[in-house]
Design a protein around this ligand. Sequence first.
Ligand code: NAP
Length: 204
Amino acid sequence: MKIAILGAGNVGTTLGAGLARAGHHVVYAVRDPAKYAALATGNSTVAPVSDAIASADAVILSTPWNAAEAAVTSAGDFGGKLLIDATNPIGAKMALTHGHTDSGGEQVQRWAKNAKVVKAFNTTGVENMANPVYGDARALMLLAGDDAAACEAAKGLATDLGFEALVAGPLDRARFLEPFGRLWIELALVRGQGRNIAFGMLRR
Ligand SMILES: NC(=O)c1ccc[n+]([C@@H]2O[C@H](COP(=O)([O-])OP(=O)(O)OC[C@H]3O[C@@H](n4cnc5c(N)ncnc54)[C@H](OP(=O)(O)O)[C@@H]3O)[C@@H](O)[C@H]2O)c1
């Protein structure tokens, strides 16, 4: 699959590197291609935002929340493509800007013209995106989206990265996933557990 990464920071480059390693073609959708030229290696390229989106099969949104609306609208029409929203809608004092009756994922869907939005990758840190393996277990990646095929495609990408991937329901379940992502931040960064922790699923 050819995947455009909209937001070539910590999350974007970590997911991009992992997906390229898994055999996907990655195109970094950036405002200043010269600044990001070093990312063009192997099966990864760098292109202006609208060109990158137009050339890709799917898009990952990985900008800071306060840049998400500008980034999504600069992309133009998504042409019915999968748009994975990896952002956490965090504002002042680390508070969620959406919750209970709305979510960042649903807000991204309202901004993104003709996109099939799936919330994913927001509930863990970049260290786990780079390596989700914990001994015999794999970190859990929960996803939420309204389109079944888009959810399956996003689940496939999470699986390619090594996660145990599970669709948690329609996009409004992003109202659960975003507080869950904020909880990971609380445990890892505020409560001293460190960044090498991950949520997992036990079954019997
Ligand atoms: N860090 C984590 O462990 C983690 C984990 C899960 C989820 N998240 C979420 O993932 C998102 C990204 O986090 P991050 O840590 O990767 O942030 P970051 O390193 O600060 O990345 C910011 C990137 O976004 C780009 N950007 C900003 N506005 C843009 C626009 N209008 N169009 C295109 N690109 C734009 C920046 O490019 P320029 O150089 O052009 O400014 C930069 O490459 C956040 O919403 C965060 O909550 C983070």
